[in-house]
Design a protein around this ligand. Structure first.
Ligand code: ATP
Length: 263
């Protein structure tokens, strides 16, 4: 479903600020794979996501979605196949628009635009039905401005909206990091639900190693622009955060006993 082949990206090449963000990344995800991505600061995690989303064009290598080479395709053209939720709860929704207006915008993004600016009755029913699955009571608040919702409610809504275009790939960039633990847990649970329901091929960047181990069926660890560790479902099961730190230390040839090494 997603094929990343030998992707490299250098920012400010041949200058004093040169930064090799990605060094020959290879990654193959089957349909429905849910990969958690961990790694040190500046490891290249967001750059991988930006390359898949088309926000960045790699210097070398290729990105294919469902067998189609999208390496050179503009981000807005591949947006229909790729849903994304960011760390900042305010990033995915417009605060001054109501829940139903935000949903209508997301819905139109994935479908042929109609002339009607309003939200029809059948569309409202559809939105209400979708919101019900979140079990947050938002289905009764269609005309509430999104700016009045909590961070967790906004992330849950962003997650739902990210599925409206019928994407094949879901990119989650530390989407629970700005939430308090109970909200983060809720959004994590909703994420698993949404991913399973839509059979989305998913990459989730997180700094929370316990979350990275609990969620999804695969895990990758990045460092300095490279994937330094890959775990499949079996290898992931039974591993602890401490094991991951030890692996990181072993690969990097250092003793790591502090979780912040991976943060
Ligand atoms: N637009 C950019 N311009 C210049 N350098 C960039 C840009 N985006 C990322 N970088 C650099 O590329 C490297 C990888 O950054 P990236 O944001 O992908 O890391 P990350 O693993 O997501 O880190 P973090 O966990 O700190 O968010 C870093 O050195 C970063 O400073």
């Amino acid at each position: 479903m997603l094929e990343i082949r030998d992707v490299s990206k250098t920012f400010f090449p041949n200058t004093v600020n040169e930064r090799k963000a990605l060094r020959g990344i290879d990654l193959h995800l089957d349909e429905g794979d849910f990969v958690t991505v961990i790694g040190s600061n500046g490891a290249g995690k967001s750059t991988v996501l930006n390359t898949i989303a088309g926000k960045l064009t790699p210097d070398t290598g290729s990105v294919s979605v469902a067998g189609k080479d999208v390496t050179k395709m503009a981000d807005h053209r591949r947006a229909q196949w790729i849903g994304r939720v960011f760390q900042d709860p305010t990033a995915g929704t417009a605060p001054n628009l109501t829940i139903q207006e935000n949903m209508a915008l997301a819905f139109r993004r994935g479908h042929v635009r109609g002339l009607a600016a309003g939200v029809s009755k059948s569309r409202k029913d559809l939105f209400r039905e979708a919101l019900t699955t979140l079990e947050l009571g938002l289905e009764n608040r269609l005309t509430t401005k999104v700016g009045l919702l909590s961070g967790g409610q906004r992330q849950a809504l962003s997650l739902l909206m990210a599925t409206f275009s019928g994407p094949k790939i879901l990119l989650l960039d530390e989407h629970t990091a700005a939430l308090d633990p109970s909200r983060a847990e809720l959004v994590t649970r909703l994420t698993e639900q949404v991913v399973a329901e839509h059979r989305l091929t998913t990459l989730m960047v997180t700094h929370n190693m316990d979350q990275a181990l609990q969620v999804g069926n695969r895990l990758i660890m990045m460092h300095d622009g490279e994937i330094i560790l890959e775990l499949d479902e079996q290898e992931k099961a039974g591993k602890t955060a401490q094991d991951l730190l030890a692996e990181f230390g072993k690969i990097k040839g250092a003793v790591v006993d502090d979780k912040t090494m991976l943060q």
